[in-house]
Design a protein around this ligand. Structure first.
Ligand code: NDP
Length: 271
């Protein structure tokens, strides 16, 4: 019998998740469907219950339902609890709903795929919104030597760092508080969406340093271009997108898909 999955959002027509999961299902020979569904605002729990009643086994959840999805779960992973948001729902055999957030594992997997070392590294993470909150637990689990969180609104970065400081060497502040050099600078702000560059000092990267922009587009982002001019290697967030999908797929189907061919297809489509 075909198992049903979907991504819920509002809007949702832009989503690449159906393409990604359909490709994963073909690769691993899974009898499943995966649709993009625009859910009405206001009662996401009701939407999920209806989907389950019609044979739904799991879902991805995107803007603006990640917090509502978090609240409806019977069981929640530690990283989703810390993130306060869920992007993956799974219906267990006993009928309970499990929630997780796979953005962080997707980011860590993509960094690993790109041979970026996290253990012992000095990491600068820009931003303090939902995406950054979601990746902090998996990043700190890789034991960087230090992680500095810098945000336009400094108080948000300080508060977020305080929430996670039981997990590792993390501190936070405004962009003006950024000092020293970093092995890895991750842009988790939405500045690239509007072509803006967070105000960063020159000589920010160590020798062989890496810049990672969570955003992706056909052309390198302004942050990536700036980092390359500073001598860093720049990577965009397309691999994080495919990586988070692979982690969700693994949880639903127990099979680890190969991200490389799917990433190549998406890259070609972007171009
Ligand atoms: P939020 O709206 O929750 O947070 C936005 C953050 O960006 C805030 O920290 C905000 O600072 C900062 N910001 C916005 N504009 C500027 C600017 N012009 N200069 C400096 N800082 C700015 O967004 P999300 O956290 O959900 O998303 C952030 C980015 O991550 C987006 O580009 C999104 O596309 C990307 N993303 C990519 C994923 C992937 O799979 N590749 C997954 C999830 C997200 P302040 O607090 O001061 O307002």
């Amino acid at each position: 019998m075909t198992d049903h999955y979907a991504v819920f959002g509002h809007p949702i027509s832009h989503s690449k998740s159906p393409l990604i999961h359909t490709a994963f299902a073909e690769q691993t020979d899974q009898d499943m469907s995966y649709l993009a569904i625009e859910a009405p605002l206001g009662d996401f729990a009701g939407t999920w219950r209806e989907f389950v009643a019609q044979g739904g086994r799991g879902a991805n959840v995107t803007v603006p339902f990640k917090e509502e999805a978090h609240r409806l779960c019977d069981h929640i992973s530690e990283r989703a609890r810390r993130a306060g948001a869920v992007n993956t729902l799974l219906l267990a055999d006993d009928g309970t709903t499990h929630g997780d957030t796979t953005d962080g594992p997707g980011l860590v997997a993509d960094l690993r795929r790109n041979n970026v070392r996290l253990e012992g590294a000095r990491v600068l993470l820009l931003g303090a919104g939902g995406a950054v909150r979601g990746v902090l637990e998996p990043l700190l689990a890789e034991r960087p030597a230090a992680l500095f969180l810098a945000n336009r609104t400094a108080a948000k970065a300080s508060a977020l760092a305080a929430d996670f400081n039981d997990l590792g060497a993390i501190s936070g502040g405004g962009f003006e508080a950024v000092t020293g050099q970093f092995d890895l600078v991750i842009n988790g702000t939405s500045a690239s969406l509007s072509g803006d560059l967070p105000p960063l000092p020159e000589a920010l990267f160590t020798e062989g340093g890496v810049a990672y922009d969570m955003m992706y587009s056909a052309e390198p982002t302004v942050f990536m271009r700036w980092a390359e001019a500073q001598g860093a290697r720049a990577i965009d967030g397309l691999g994080m997108l495919v990586g988070q999908a692979a982690e969700s797929f693994l949880q639903w189907r127990g099979r680890q898909p190969d991200v490389e061919p799917v990433l190549a297809t998406l890259r070609q489509q972007l171009g």
